[in-house]
Design a protein around this ligand. Structure first.
Ligand code: HSE
Length: 300
């Protein structure tokens, strides 16, 4: 049996739309062993929504990876154990895709590097932020070259920084949350994102977490997506009043998150209470940055 684990992630981090990812310490565990025919079993978060036939996202990513390697994928028993909060916005599908690519490479002894795996995973997900964090861990900064090949820089982040993630109990489809975004933006909005994204990366690399108080502003997506999250403004105020350094939508939402170096549980409770006052049940978790990315747990 081969088993691996893949971290979840928050993406965008405010100003880094489709560019920045940050791996967090909740995991999708996957195992594979040869079987007579495809069998997929699932436990953990959101298991009732995870397909157990050939349309399963992990399996699909494995099939695509096998095709890229030019090797047939044997019939397998795949077991998924999901420790990633499943309401959306914490890179669950990115972890499934990155995990499928990583696992297929192990099963088929494909010899792919993580950079090769990223290419395959981005081909499936369409954008690199979550899949890069799932593969490499840490803070990932992604850029496409003129041939649309993605290049990822992964930076280790210190243990002083926490992410308080709060998921209201409803789903927002990423497709819908992308459809509502404008295709063109004013120059001053683009500049706001450039200055914040660059300053955010510098602050994270220098361990200057106090700067997170002013480097996560953004104008490309949150003002539109906030309309899909009832209570967004109240939850933001509550988190900041409780001591958060920042407040943003995680990925495409509806999970929101705060960076913090203190008062983590207070911030978590404040966000849940503010959602509840707006008629939304919510769950908050205090997470740490995960600096390893997808890894083998047991091999054969
Ligand atoms: N960067 C993506 C978005 C993350 O904001 O739509 C969600 O997959």
């Amino acid at each position: 049996m081969i088993s691996i684990k893949v971290p979840c992630s928050t993406s965008n981090l405010g100003p880094g739309f489709d560019t920045l990812g940050l791996a967090l310490d909740r995991y999708l565990h996957l195992s594979a062993e040869e079987a007579e025919q495809l069998r997929i079993t699932v436990e953990g978060n959101g298991r009732e929504h995870i397909a157990t036939d050939a349309t399963n996202l992990v399996h699909q990513a494995m099939v695509i990876t096998a095709q890229k390697l030019g090797k047939p994928l044997p019939a397998l028993h795949l077991h998924l154990k999901n420790g990633i909060p499943a309401y959306g916005g914490l890179g669950g599908s990115g972890a499934a895709i990155a995990g499928g690519v990583f696992l297929a490479n192990e099963v088929l002894e494909g010899g792919l590097s993580k950079d090769d795996m990223l290419d395959v995973a981005v081909g499936i997900e369409g954008h690199p932020d979550n899949v890069s964090a799932a593969l490499f861990g840490g803070l990932t900064i992604n850029c496409f070259d003129a041939q649309r090949k993605v290049h990822c820089t992964s930076v280790r982040i210190g243990t002083a920084l926490s992410v308080v993630a709060c998921s209201p109990h409803f789903q927002v489809q990423t497709k819908e949350a992308r459809k509502i975004l404008p295709q063109q933006v004013p120059l001053k909005d683009a500049v706001t994102n450039i200055e914040n994204a660059a300053s955010l990366v510098a602050a994270m690399m220098n361990g200057n977490y106090e700067a997170l108080r002013y480097v996560t502003a953004e104008r490309l997506h949150e003002q539109y997506r906030a309309t899909l999250i009832p209570g967004y403004a109240d939850v933001k105020n509550a988190a900041l009043e409780a001591g958060a350094l920042s407040f943003n939508i995680s990925g495409a939402g509806p999970t929101v998150f705060a960076f913090a170096t203190a008062d983590q549980q207070r911030i978590a409770d404040a966000m849940v209470t503010a959602f509840r006052k707006n008629g939304q049940a919510a769950t908050a978790e205090v997470m740490a940055v995960e600096n390893t990315g997808a890894q083998l747990v047991t091999s054969r």
